[in-house]
Design a protein around this ligand. Structure first.
Ligand code: E4P
Length: 214
């Protein structure tokens, strides 16, 4: 399973890169708004940081506006992936972008039917938001299982990018479904490497080494 970092903070992205365990970046308008600079300015540095795919979301909600923005985003770097919201207008935009070879990520997926439609129009990625479903008392991971199964049934090449991940457990469950990608906030990424027995074991090894017979 690939790991993407869900962040628009270049310092955080550089730190994640230094660990050698990340394969891409996802941003969204809320994450970019937190940085406080214009979208294209923020993503320019992120795109230049590596050849990782970087998802950058359009703000327009009509097909024509989304297409205009998408072509501008695609020009920012060859690793740019245009993030399009899951609406009928968005699907029409993805259909054209896919025909033109522009990479897309259909975002705000909350049902398997939505994911099926996104795959039909040729999306490269779909982003089911599992944490937000869990917040509503639903089972977000069941949505991922359903999408993975449907894509297998029909041989779709669209990658399932599990989004809105809140915990290590989400990552484990996503991997068990066979989803292609998990996009994670920095905090979860760092927690994945940790275990209390690893810390305790390392402390003991170091102590025994310090007290060895000389
Ligand atoms: C993914 O592409 C989204 O940016 C993100 O995972 C949303 O997560 P949230 O529900 O924690 O905002």
């Amino acid at each position: 399973m690939k790991f993407f970092i869900d962040s628009a903070d270049i310092e955080e992205i550089r730190k994640a890169k230094s660990y050698g365990i990340v394969d891409g970046v996802t941003t969204n308008p809320s994450l970019i708004a937190k940085i406080g600079t214009e979208r294209d300015e923020t993503v320019k540095d992120i795109l230049a940081e590596s050849d990782w795919p970087v998802s950058i979301e359009v703000i327009s909600t009509d097909t024509e506006g989304m297409l205009k923005e998408a072509y501008e985003i695609a020009k920012l770097g060859k690793n740019a992936v245009v993030k399009i919201p899951m609406t009928l207008e968005g699907l029409a935009a993805v259909k054209e972008l896919s025909a033109k070879g522009v990479k897309t990520n259909v975002t705000l997926i909350f049902s398997a039917n939505q994911a099926l439609l996104a795959a039909k129009v040729g999306a490269n990625y779909v982003s089911p938001f599992i944490g937000r479903l869990d917040d509503k008392g639903e089972d977000g991971m069941q949505l991922v299982r359903d999408i993975v199964q449907i894509y297998r049934n029909y041989g779709f090449e669209t990658e399932v990018l599990v989004a809105s991940i809140r915990s290590k457990e989400h990552v484990l469950q996503a991997a068990l479904t066979g989803a292609h990608v998990s996009t994670v906030p920095m905090k979860v990424l760092e927690e994945l490497a940790k275990h209390e027995l690893t810390d305790a074991g390392l402390a003991k090894f170091l102590e025994d080494w310090k007290n060895r017979k000389k």
